[in-house]
Design a protein around this ligand. Sequence first.
Ligand SMILES: [Fe+2]
Ligand SMILES: [Fe+2]
Length: 305
Amino acid sequence: MRIGSEEHLTLLCREFIDSHLEFDPNGLPWPALGEDDVAKLRALPFWDEAVRTERRTGAKITAYAPEESPALLREAVALQGFEETRHAGLLDALISHYGIVVDPGPEQPLPTNLQAAFIRTGYGECIDSFFAFGLFAMAEDLEFLPRPLLALLEPIVHEEVRHILFLVNWVAYKRRQEPLPLRPLHVARCVGAFAGAAYDRARSAGNVAGGVSGTSKDGFTASGASAIAGDFSLTGFVGRCLAENERRFAAYDPRLLRPRLVPTAARSFLVLANLQAKARSALRPGAPSPPRSDHPTHDSSSNAA
Ligand SMILES: [Fe+2]
Ligand SMILES: [Fe+2]
């Protein structure tokens, strides 16, 4: 299949639409939790940010959908807007059921360039979701919360995988629709959007870490991971994120492109961390040798995003 072809367009839309799950966030069987579990849930540092992000993402994508064509692409983008709005609804239901106090801040006006916002939001999800995959797996491993509750949250993670898969293929499809001389400009716009999304995450990380007493300024992911796992190994966590990333994307048609940038950065981080640990142990004879990464460091993603 040629990237940018009609076949690619149909596959990226059909894979997305056909894997949509039907459920109503207001009818979910929230399990009864003990006092300790409710306290752990309330103490998680990312509720404000999560609710704000899901609400805003749903509004932006829903507003952008009517600008898309052809109809199949419009249907897929509108469905993504629906799913994001439903994520906000699911979080609202959870928050009200367990009495979590959330302050997502005032509603922001929609951006004027909705397509640019769609790309920047999508790249933001590529960053957020990569780490969310690892956090969610860690929460399951450690039984941080009862499994019936984690099972009710799984659809959010499942849908974010599909959103990212859609985004990277949509970007590639749109780029091939541009005349050849204009494609570098498209690449530049995407690089700018990714940098903007990374900047947004860095700023949010400061807000999350700075707004939680007793939490070091490690950022959103680190504060979320340490809230779940206590003292945790950063390299172990990144390795888990990579493994989960591969596992979750393996479920989809191999002809579709996979996100590459964040996983590649994560593999590079693991290689550097391992080299640094080896250098340290070489300078201190008798010190224990560095732990082997629990994830292969080769780049197994076959395509660009
Ligand atoms: Fe979402
Ligand atoms: Fe999403």
